[in-house]
Design a protein around this ligand. Sequence first.
Ligand code: SF4
Ligand code: FE
Length: 482
Amino acid sequence: MRMNAEQYEESLRKLNLNVYMFGKKVENVVDDPIIRPSMNAVAATYEFSLKPEYEDLLTARSHLTGKTINRFCHIHQNTDDLIKKTKMGRLMGSLTGCCFQRCVGMDALNALSMTTFDIDAKHGTRYYERFKDYLCHVQEKDLTCDGAMTDPKGDRSLPPHKQPDPDMFLHVVEERPDGILVQGAKAHQTGAVNSHEIIVMPTIAMREEDADYAVSFALPSDADGITYIMGRQSCDTRKLEKGQLDRGNRIYGGHEALVVFDRVFVPWERVFMFKEYEFAGQLVEQFASYHRQSYACKAGVGDVLIGATQIAAEYNGAQKASHIKDKIIEMNHLNETLFCGSIACAAQGHREPSGTYLVNTLLANVCKQNVTRFPYEIARLAQDIAGGLMVTLPSEEDLRSEEVGPLMKKYFKGNSEVSTEDRMKILRLIENLTLGTAAVGYLTESMHGAGSPQAQRIMIARQTNMEAKKEVAKKLCGITPG
Ligand code: SF4
Ligand code: FE
């Protein structure tokens, strides 16, 4: 059954999550004004999937049941699926102007569909069947899953088993006839408290000594022993204010949380990797490659920022200046280059033994490397064009004040056809995207989400066929093998 936005919201209300923010337990997560916009963004993945104009991108046919499902629950069956995934990310980014969070679960499901199959082929285990049962459950109920990979990692120079505190990497602490107990944490978890399920994966390649840390499983997000501590975002308390103007984006937002597992029980039927340490690296690489492709979302958010910047230029009366036009062209060039990388790694995808299609991992890493840079340049140009008023603007309450409101209306007027209030709105949106709550998703998440820049450079070095390049160079200039 596919859910609509209201049904999704109601399904979240039934969860009994243990969430903390500002040192207090959040009793009503769904209606909390700081969390709510992030819930709205995930709800949009449900809402828009039911609109005929978006159906082709936002839904797919399940390869397990033949039913129409939300594409965020789908396992990619061909390169067309991968291309549609890229387009879906851009579309959702452009409709919400923020991180809509649901991609991490989709990427985790797809990575597990390959790794569980490959573990079984080597070890004669039954993970793939288990995984398919779980996938049916996710598809049937139209669930949002948090794909949880990043451990706190403690001292980066030490492997998991040598950490002074063993919980710096999530690990198995007890094995029982009916399941396992796990302990540790996952950091920076996008959309965690808006998810029905949490899918845990290891964060790095493991050796035999780290076998207890080579574990992957899924649990309901409100399982006993899981605690969420919400991350802060710049300007987050503006969402507590009466007026809406200073928020920039009035409807949508993203969020991250630290997720702590305190001796949490996982039944065997939800365990997808148990000490097969030699597959930890594969699962990490496959998930990371998919998620690096997913960053087409940033091209969608870039669409919003470019549109807002063009409007700001028009409201300032500066849109005809040649350097403004050129800067907007540059923003578009950078934004489309981001999109190119994601489309390219999808188009060059291939079939893995399980039948799942995986993106071209070299191109996915190139895509994400661009994402660590270009949004910063696009944001710089947006701020250049918007002007300093974006950060010196008084509050909405001042605009509404009888004493100083008229002064603001007079002195912050740009183009005489446009109200000062509208000019403030667009500047606040640019502020939101480049400095405020949405900048978490558009900038720093672009840097570190799906792996920090160096992680992609390592993969680019590893995936590049240097010998082939050397060989052709030698051939062309006449260096003979000697
Ligand atoms: Fe999806 Fe982008 Fe958010 Fe990652 S950053 S969860 S790819 S919207
Ligand atoms: Fe992310």
